[in-house]
Ligand binder design. Structure first.
Ligand SMILES: [Zn+2]
Length: 275
């Protein structure tokens, strides 16, 4: 059992070519995935498969995740200097309509950043100040049935995050979240905040910011606290397919732009992942 999980960033908009624009890449990749005979399944279904709660399907399966939670996950937005970006949800809807039932479980999980202050700072300093890192879309996205919401930490431990973090937490990478005080602040607090805003959809997945995993979170904090927080799994960006042998609190994902940069590279990646 080998299940690739593919990751896209809707704020990755450097131009209008496949390499450097995850809207272009996602729209292309969905058609390729379908044409190659793969079935897209929700992240929860990946856990059901590796845990044996669901029989192995006849077609190879993969799942989709979207990181960092911008409004571009759900709607078209004009990107200054580059042009109108369609948004990931409209891309999924168009693909669903076009494939006429061939992808009945089409779904992606959006890993969102909880802190309003951090999102506002990122919007201004990392994007273009267009107020495109809101949270009103979270419950709407979950209600579509095409998107789920996951936890991408309180503030990504990002360099521009403005709040004073506890315990002298150094900013910039997530490796530094290495004790209970820091982890409660970055993970448990985010879990509460996000869950309160997405009623009716449990927040079951945590995505490590930057893909940064440390042994404290993977082997101690999440195994002991994750389930009580409502989490079922945590996801890295380690560039391997998921198998039953992988650790539940560090399941690997592939990242568009990092692990593949063209349709040919995705096709080769999928061929290798299913071999
Ligand atoms: Zn991220």
């Amino acid at each position: 059992m080998r299940i690739p999980v593919l990751t896209y960033h809707a704020a990755n908009v450097a131009g209008m070519a496949y390499a450097g624009n995850d809207h272009v890449a996602l729209a292309h990749d969905l058609r390729l995935i379908d044409a190659l005979g793969w079935q897209i399944i929700p992240l929860d279904a990946v856990l059901d498969l590796i845990d044996g709660r669901r029989p192995w399907p006849s077609r190879p399966c993969l799942a989709l995740t979207f990181d960092d939670g911008t409004d571009l996950d759900v709607r078209a937005i004009e990107w200054p200097g580059i042009g109108l970006q369609p948004g990931f949800l409209p891309i999924l809807r168009a693909f669903r309509d076009e494939t006429a039932g061939r992808q009945p479980e089409l779904h992606a999980t959006c890993f969102v950043i909880a802190s309003p202050a951090a999102r506002e700072a990122m919007d201004r300093q990392c994007l273009f100040g267009g107020d495109v890192m809101g949270e009103d879309w979270w419950p709407m996205a979950a209600a579509t049935g095409l998107l789920g919401i996951g936890n991408h930490s309180w503030d990504h431990n990002h360099d521009v995050a403005p709040e004073a973090a506890p315990d002298g937490l150094p900013r910039g990478r997530f490796f530094a979240v290495d004790n209970a005080v820091r982890a409660d602040w970055q993970i448990a607090r985010a879990q509460d905040y996000i869950a309160a805003r997405v009623p009716g959809q449990p927040i079951r997945h945590f995505g490590y910011p930057y893909g940064d995993v440390n042994s404290y979170l993977r082997d101690d904090y999440l195994p002991s606290r994750g389930q009580a927080l409502g989490l079922a799994a945590a996801w890295t960006t380690d560039g391997r397919p998921v198998t039953a042998a992988e650790q539940r609190w560090a399941l690997p994902r592939y990242v568009c732009g990092l692990h593949w940069r063209s349709p040919d590279e995705l096709e080769a990646l999928l061929a290798g992942a299913s071999a």
